[in-house]
Design a binder for this molecule. Structure first.
Ligand code: B12
Ligand code: SF4
Length: 458
């Protein structure tokens, strides 16, 4: 019997660490003792483990992941053979880990034999061990859900998406009914169903059968359990290009909520509009649609796409909530990337607007106008304001923001462009106070961003 430690670094993780949960099932079946924890735990570090598995998720959490690996290095005999690191971050940017810490990195899905050592089977077919997540304080969301996946990969190759790198081949993974039944038998009935497929509709003809299984497993339209609504969430969204009348009807036969489409770039607009129409026709009232920005787009395109959602909501009597998705490059470890069409201040401004709305853009015209402005010019003005004037709009509106506006409207287009560059430079400057002291050209308006040279707390 071996002593196995599974570690998820203590980054914010919404869903449970499915990779580690599968590894747990495999080891428990071998008769090994498995312990799961999040982050750095002194008692666990002081023990000696036969093997430690450390997960990784977003690339911008790799610095924290590396620190976690370093922390547990003394807890094994040989980190090269006894610490296994895998998951999404390790697959997208293994060099980052390799150059900083000793361990054995496994890239990609655990879908082949011998990946965890000679004679080990493929891990993907193992059921996630839901027991282990009960041993930590951290609450994964949504609680009480079946997390399943029917397909891997995607048939498309969108340049802003990591899926073609992570899972290069599209294909069928395993039967949904079997997955749900096995989870039910081992861990009891769950309230909701979350499907993590990247592009489930690409399965085409087999989709009808999947919908039938979803219905039969207790997730038909209007389904309830213990008098509470049950929901099905195709969490990564459904591809508007595959929505036909027939697909819309199939979707309307399950308790799908919310509908998630993506309005990622301008050229997809006609297809996107058609998909929303078809889905509204079969009775879907609520949409939460991803809106990509900071890729090859511009603030104009972003504002326009959000407005299309308002327009569709009014036209069809539905609610199309926008869910902005900021593009982050595949090897980003800092999350500070600004694409050519955008400016740092604008991205920051959007973050401040979204702070109050949990990342969502309301389809209600009045809310939208108040949050994002009635015109593109107003939108740019709002996201150019100092953070606290955006976040606490009402508090600062009368005096401070009005003063700021006087100064801002006096700036010529060239001034505004230079001002945006100055704001970004100050934001990243290690000597901000000294830079501000020396600065002359935008001194008055900068006072609003850095009163007396200080960075205000919101
Ligand atoms: C579900 C999901 C989410 C969930 C939360 C995920 C979570 N776990 O908390 C939600 C919806 C909240 C989300 C949000 C976002 N996401 Co997301 N998300 C995903 C998705 C679909 C699956 C991730 C997941 O949890 N998988 C479960 C893992 C554990 O299982 P698995 O992938 O099958 O893992 C296999 C292997 O990796 C391996 N493995 C896994 N763990 C381990 C551990 C060890 C030790 C070993 C050896 C192996 C191993 O074994 C597994 C079985 O084969 C991926 C896309 C994808 N197809 O992977 C994007 C993805 C990770 N997300 C991405 C992005 C960009 C985001 C957002 C920033 C979007 C945005 N712009 O707002 C936000 C950020 C949220 C935040 N916290 O800041 C990018 C990340 C790119 C990057 N540079 O890291 C991805 C890759 C999507 C993409 N299309 O590009 N996301
Ligand atoms: S369709 Fe979706 S999952 Fe597929 S490559 Fe494009 S963004 Fe990624």
């Amino acid at each position: 019997m071996s002593n196995i430690l599974l570690i998820e670094p203590d980054y914010r993780s919404k869903f449970p660490p499915l990779g580690l949960m599968r590894i747990s099932t495999y080891h428990k079946e071998q008769g090994d003792a498995v312990t799961f924890a999040r982050g750095k735990v002194l008692e666990l570090r002081n023990e000696n483990w036969h093997r430690i598995y450390i997960a990784s998720l977003f690339t911008w959490e790799l610095p924290r992941t590396v620190k976690t690996i370093q922390y547990y290095t003394p807890s094994v005999n040989n980190p090269f053979t006894d610490i296994f690191v895998g998951g999404i971050g390790a697959t997208l940017f293994p060099e980052y880990i390799r150059e900083r810490v000793q361990c054995h990195i496994i890239q990609g899905a655990l879908d082949r034999p011998n990946m965890l050592g000679s004679g080990t089977p493929a891990i993907v077919p193992y059921l996630p061990d839901y027991e282990i997540i009960k041993s930590v304080q951290w609450k994964y969301k949504p609680e009480d859900s079946y997390f399943c996946r029917v397909t891997k990969g995607c048939i498309r190759n969108c340049p802003f998406c990591a899926v073609p790198l992570l899972e290069p081949e599209f294909g069928y993974l395993s039967c949904l009914k079997g997955q749900i039944q096995e989870i039910r038998t081992r861990f009891g009935e769950q309230q909701h169903l979350v499907l993590l497929d990247n592009n489930i509709l690409a399965i085409k003809d087999q989709f009808k059968g999947i919908i039938k299984q979803i219905r039969e497993q207790g997730f038909e339209t209007g389904a309830t359990r213990n008098s509470k609504k049950r929901t099905v969430d195709f969490n990564q969204g459904i591809d508007a290009r595959f929505i036909t009348k027939k697909v819309a009807q199939l979707l309307s036969s399950i308790s799908l909520s919310p509908i998630r489409l993506a309005f990622d770039f301008d050229a997809i607009e006609p297809v996107y509009r058609k998909a929303v129409h078809l889905l509204a026709d079969v009775g879907f009232p609520e949409f939460t649609n991803y809106v990509l920005f900071n890729f090859k787009d511009t603030p104009q395109s972003f504002y326009y796409r959000l407005k299309v959602n308002i327009e569709l909501s009014q036209q069809l009597g539905i609610r199309v909530t926008g869910f902005p998705m900021r593009f982050i490059p595949m090897k980003d470890v800092k999350r500070q990337y600004v694409s050519d069409g955008w400016r740092w201040r604008y991205l920051r401004g959007i973050q401040c607007v979204l702070q109050a709305t949990h990342g969502m853009v309301s389809p209600h015209p009045d809310f939208f106008a108040a949050a994002f402005g009635e015109s593109y010019e107003q939108f740019i003005e709002i996201i150019s304001m100092p953070d606290r004037y955006i976040i606490h709009r009402n508090r600062f509106k009368e005096h401070e923001a009005a003063e700021w506006r006087k100064l801002y409207t006096k700036l010529s287009p060239t001034d505004k462009e230079d001002f945006l560059v100055t704001l970004e430079a100050l934001h990243t400057s290690p000597n901000r106070k000294a830079d501000l002291k020396r600065h002359k050209r935008f001194r008055d308006i900068l006072e609003h961003y850095y009163p007396h040279g200080e960075t205000p707390h919101d």
